[in-house]
Design a protein around this ligand. Structure first.
Ligand SMILES: Nc1ncnc2c1ncn2[C@@H]1O[C@H](COP(=O)(O)OP(=O)(O)OP(=O)(O)O)[C@@H](O)[C@H]1O
Length: 244
């Protein structure tokens, strides 16, 4: 790798086979540092499977994957990675303060002041029990828990799916502001293409378990001049897959 720093994710001929068949095949790609990456593709394309292998929770069937130069070892996530899913596994009986305390105990690099600042910005009361919060508030707490870890890579698997459009916009704005300021690489999976358009500068499109399109969004749009936006381009590729 020479003088260059290891990229957040490097996959080489990566594959995952479940009992029902291949979920991901021949996946070779790099997630470059400092980018906000859209991970898109139709249902069942392999997005969650790819994220699962980045976390190390899933073991590859074929190929290799490295996260900041390290191969996931199955004993927990890389210390520089935070993962947020739609399920947002927060304890409903915990108050926000107790939730942050849990984050502090679970993460060696925890930044309490930063996590508290994120909760304050979201105007969520520290004394409130998580189970009593609205979906948007819960997501902001989950984001504070993920960012308080001070990750270098933040992965989000459909984290906004249960939020109303205003809450989605609100959470996305916070997410992008924080990640750009803190230079955190983001891998964001979503089916709402228009929403990704404003925030993502890199695209990975999966279909039927394979990488169909990957790269810098501006470069991809230049190379496909017939499409003006990320969503038009991604939709056109997905349509081609369905037709094939
Ligand atoms: N634990 C499992 N056992 C068997 N098959 C699985 C398992 N998990 C996923 N699959 C299959 O692997 C394929 C890829 O699934 P995956 O969840 O990675 O797709 P996805 O792109 O995240 O889909 P969605 O957009 O619907 O969330 C699908 O065909 C799915 O049915």
């Amino acid at each position: 790798m020479g003088q260059r720093e290891h990229p957040p994710v490097l996959a080489e001929d990566l594959g995952k086979k479940y009992s029902r068949g291949w979920a991901l095949r021949g996946c070779t790609l790099e997630i470059p540092a400092g980018r906000i990456v859209a991970l898109v593709g139709p249902n069942g394309a392999g997005k969650s499977t790819l994220m699962g292998m980045i976390t190390g929770l899933l073991r590859p069937t074929t190929g290799r994957i490295s996260v900041f130069g390290d191969a996931p070892n199955g004993r927990g996530m890389h210390g520089a990675v935070a993962f947020l899913t739609q399920a947002k596994p927060l304890y409903p009986q915990f108050t926000v303060t107790e939730t942050l305390k849990y984050g502090r105990n679970a993460n060696p690099g925890w930044d309490q002041a930063y996590a508290e600042e994120l909760v304050e910005k979201a105007q969520v009361p520290f004394a409130a029990k998580v189970g009593t919060l609205s979906g948007g508030q819960r997501t902001r707490v989950a984001l504070a828990l993920a960012l308080g870890k001070r990750p270098k890579l933040l992965m989000l698997d459909e984290p906004l799916a249960d939020l109303d459009p205003l809450a989605r916009e609100n959470v996305l704005q916070t997410l992008v502001e924080e990640c750009r300021t803190q230079k955190i690489t983001v891998l964001l999976s979503s089916h709402v293409l228009a929403e990704l358009e404003d925030v993502c500068d890199h695209l990975v499109l999966l279909a039927d378990g394979r990488v169909r399109l990957a790269g810098d969004v501006s470069a991809l749009l230049q190379a496909h001049a017939e499409h003006r936006t990320l969503s038009q381009l991604a939709l056109a590729y997905m349509r081609m897959e369905v037709a094939a």
